[in-house]
Ligand binder design. Sequence first.
Ligand SMILES: [Zn+2]
Length: 318
Amino acid sequence: MEETPADKRLQQVANGVYRFDTGYIRPRHTACYIIRAEDRVAIVDCGVNATIEPLLEAVETLGVTRHAIESLIATHAHLDHAGGGGRLMAAIPQATLYAHPSATRHLIDPGKLEKGVRAVYGDTFFDREYGALEPVSSERVVATPDQTTLKLGQRVLDVVHTPGHARHHQAIRDRQTSVVFAGDAFGVGYPELDGPEGRLFVPETPPNQFDPEAMHASIDRILALTPARILPTHYGNVDKPASVAYQLHRFVDAYVECCMQADSLESLQQAIMKLYEQELRRRGRRDDIPLMRDYYSMDTNLVAQGLWDWRLKDARQR
Ligand SMILES: [Zn+2]
């Protein structure tokens, strides 16, 4: 991935809106977005440390300098979205970082987040994929309460809080094009699994803030923004939001049911994989099951861990 020139990883997805393939895990796995208004630029999520230099090069291929970047907006603090935030902010000293009020402390002082992520992914994965997290000085970080309006030149961006995947998650709507940057609040789908019946999208429920009610509500909230196109982080365009929302709601309910019935974390992970297989079978795409198993192995692991954590917490509260 590193050998692909930055401009080849860049794709226009709406008027003045560009997707950049961060290359995290594999091509077409994780995106960040560049919004341009004349000579001003905002970045929505910035990927990991290794993404930052190619992302800045990609911005420059649009005919503006990196100093045109006036804001970085984080959908949430998870490292595939904002792990490179400190490095990016160091490279663009004039910019401001906007994040959910509960996410800002993780960006200012990433130590606690790092500890949690190392516990989930292990040190080897962490060191290879994320590297050293760099803090952002608190004066440069602005918390965005629900329904904050951000300006980028003539463009107006609306921030809405969308918990469920994480409590500190927000989505961003661009008024000019009606696209919504959904982060991980509107599921995860990889283009390789697209079929004639549409996109396969599944809810992502990593440890340790999964909340099924909040996730249902956030899916509906994003739909209520009447997006012309949803731009998730993982990966591609969602041009039929209502049908994807329907799938996601059903999967969230099925996850919860599997979770309550599972007798171990391992059996839960298998049950989640089985749900995805059933969905492909229902679509008449049995042949794609091996590819799905490969592409979603990390996701089912995280999904099961997050569900298991939720169930243990839920049991303690009862
Ligand atoms: Zn993510």
